[in-house]
Design a binder for this molecule. Sequence first.
Ligand code: GDP
Ligand code: IMO
Ligand code: MG
Length: 425
Amino acid sequence: MSVTVLVGAQFGDEGKGKIVDYISAEMDMVVRFQGGDNAGHTVVNESGAFKLHLIPCGIFKKGCVALANTGMVINPDELIKELGEIEAQGVDTSNLKISSRAIILMPYHIELDGLSEKSGRTGIGTTKRGIGYAYADRARRNALRFENLLDHEYCFERVRAVLPTVNAELLAKGGRAYTEEEIFDKIRFWSEKLADRIVEPVSYVNKAISAGKRILFEGQLGAMKDIDLGIYPYVTSSNPVAAYAAVSGGFPISKIGEIVGVMKAFSSAVGDGPFPTEMDGSEADGFRGSGNQIDDEFGARTGRARRLGWLDMPIVKYAATINGFTSIAVCKIDKLDTYDEIKVCVGYKLDGKEIDYMPSARELYRVEPVYVTMPGWKSDTRNIRKYEDLPLNARKYIELIERESGVKVKYIGVGPARDEIIVRD
Ligand code: GDP
Ligand code: IMO
Ligand code: MG
């Protein structure tokens, strides 16, 4: 089967960028299928170090098509900026295509998100990139899509129709109104820069599948931030789960052969919401670093210090259940190299009783994690490339992940760079 989907198994920032960059060596097409520039996917390879927000991480492989597909909300200004930045680092971006059905994230979506976050009542700690408001406009059918950039008259007509509602909301939230001309100028500029990259996505993807092309769908964020299945309301506004690649891509779900879940060897999250295994300040600082290294725990999009905690296996198990992982990639095992003991949460107690389901956000605030303590390995794993060469206790850690999740660990990250990885057959 030629379709692989890769998604986050925790709260986002698991190391998806690194694993996509590695796997894309074997791919003909890499496709982003949800989210927008709330993503920050870190890639370190022979071309340099990158934090990609909208461009699929397969862009570095020569000849690989990178498709920003339906299901995404794309800020064209950010895309143009990101293309410029990676081109300046010598990366060929001619293979970047955009779905005609992708939603255009407008400047006012960003403003509305910012205003909503400023209000103590509605803020949840978003990335303030306008994601929720762009998806809301899609749902209420007020959004523009990339196809509209190819037909200015119709596009302007749509802007005239929706702008009064947008401006009323902006003014009610204490923002400023937009003029039609401001938006028309943007549309002219975006068309000039991006029109050549727009493709009709359903035939594009299905033809590639029929031709046996190897396609990787790259998820953004992670299962716990799924709008339906995550810690609502502290979630994003899309579905970062494998099935959504087929829903938004317009191809049969039966075409998906592999589903790779990416997880970190511990837990991290940005934004508000429950986090059962969260560590307090000083303990967390050990994982976080100062921010000077590419792999320190600061948001790749917002620069916010990430909240950190011990590995939470009920979360990974839940992600495996809802996605159907065929394999797991565990990143950052090297970050545990110095610990004497490592705690892993293997269950939750709610009101004193062990539970066997993922509770809602309100209950998750109240659960008591059940921990096991594993002995550390106290040695450097960063130069190891074969599973058998990992210290015994590191292998035991991986085996615990396999036992608790019921899924085989195929990839183990031992550093941020592309080749700092162990691949098991
Ligand atoms: P993504 O959003 O899932 O792509 O993850 P991010 O890029 O936001 O965050 C993952 C962080 O971990 C980045 O700083 C990566 O450079 C780093 N990283 C990924 N895999 C590894 C690994 O195996 N070891 C180390 N030390 N860092 C890693
Ligand atoms: P990647 O793809 C981590 C979080 C925000 C907030 C919630 C909603 O790099 O893993 P949004 O801006 O989407 O409306 O914010 O989701 N969030 C992320 N956290 N990694 C990300 O992306 C995230 N994208 C959004 O912090 O809690
Ligand atoms: Mg990230």
